[in-house]
Design a protein around this ligand. Structure first.
Ligand SMILES: NC(=O)c1ccc[n+]([C@@H]2O[C@H](COP(=O)([O-])OP(=O)(O)OC[C@H]3O[C@@H](n4cnc5c(N)ncnc54)[C@H](OP(=O)(O)O)[C@@H]3O)[C@@H](O)[C@H]2O)c1
Length: 303
């Protein structure tokens, strides 16, 4: 297949490129750093600098849309919110417009989203059968961002494109993201529970994320929203103990919620809130997880 990938130079995108190339697909990566594309994504991967450069005659069989500015790194000032919005919602709108201009449309668009779509859900189980966020108009910025990102992608259905939305949980990978950030402090025995520690963390091992994307790409009966999370979410306290144990270290510390709120403002929700998300539609589609159990997934990463 000819595949166009946005966000292909990112942590998840790079993990996807190797198996896609190994399966014989040809990749083009939309990137603001075209000179880095072959280095980061693999030999023979082409770069596309602007969507406007996608000529209508150029055919892609599939589009995978993962671009997005990092969400937790910086305070959500008005300027930062604009960057977060434009790099996801506006970029997806432009991508769908380019799909509309293409003479032959791709068969499928797999488009990013996140479990932040559900907002802070406490003990409620978040099912991907839900099309609308349970918080409705009460959604926070993260929820609104995901809802608009999904809605922009769904417009491709109007061009006869099969659309799958990747409601992604915390991706655990050595190469970056949440796990890589926690690795050093936990390795030093500085593992820390966040607040009361009862908040749910819905995680997925990077190998299962890649496997799920390949399954959604292959099976043309699958469409709509999919929770990309392992079947056993963990509470923060259990996650903290499991991560420390996987690195053979204790985890004695507790970060008080008030200090986290003081330091992170609105973004504190990522650490103190959470959602218990289950991959009901992936499992119903017959997907089996290689890393369904947290202790085993963390042990595999620590090896
Ligand atoms: N990692 C997770 O745990 C997680 C969880 C839930 C959802 N997600 C979502 O999944 C997607 C991929 O995640 P990731 O961890 O691989 O992210 P990442 O490593 O930060 O990579 C994101 C990519 O997006 C592009 N990008 C960044 N800022 C941009 C901007 N201002 N305008 C246009 N493009 C921009 C970059 O490509 P270029 O520099 O090549 O242009 C970058 O390689 C993201 O949209 C993220 O929100 C990730």
């Amino acid at each position: 297949m000819e595949i166009l990938l946005t966000g292909g130079t990112g942590m998840i995108g790079r993990a996807l490129c190797a198996p896609l190339l190994a399966a014989g697909h040809r990749l083009t990566v939309l990137s603001r750093r075209p000179e880095q594309v072959e280095v980061l994504c693999g030999e023979g991967v082409q770069a596309l600098v602007r969507l406007a450069d996608w000529e209508p005659e150029r055919h892609f069989d599939a589009v995978i849309n993962l671009a997005g500015a990092p969400i937790v790194d910086r305070p959500w000032t008005a300027a930062r919110r604009r960057v977060l919005w434009e790099s996801r919602v506006t970029l997806t709108e432009e991508l769908v417009a380019a799909i509309g201009r293409a003479r032959t449309k791709p068969a499928v668009l797999l488009s990013g989203s996140a479990i932040g779509f559900y907002g802070d859900q406490g003990e409620a189980v978040c099912s991907d059968a839900q099309v609308e966020s349970p918080l409705g108009h009460g959604m926070d910025f993260g929820g609104r961002l995901c809802a608009a990102w999904e809605a922009a992608a769904r417009h491709a259905e109007g061009f006869g494109v099969r659309v799958c939305l990747l409601r992604t949980g915390l991706v655990l990978a050595r190469q970056g993201g949440f796990y890589a950030r926690l690795h050093l402090p936990f390795s030093l025995g500085l593992g820390t529970r966040l607040g009361h520690g009862r908040q749910w963390m819905s995680w997925i091992h990077i190998e299962d994320y890649v496997g799920a994307v390949l399954a959604l790409l292959r099976d043309d009966t699958l469409r709509g929203a999919y929770n990309l999370t392992a079947p056993q979410p963990a509470r923060n306290a259990a996650f903290t103990v499991a991560l420390a144990a996987s690195l053979h270290r204790p985890a004695f510390f507790v970060a008080p919620a008030c200090l986290i709120r003081l330091g992170l403002g609105q973004r504190a929700y990522f650490l103190l809130g959470g959602q218990k998300v289950l991959p009901q539609r992936l499992e119903a589609a017959g997907f089996t997880f290689r890393h369904a159990v947290l202790a085993e997934a963390l042990a595999a990463l620590a090896r």
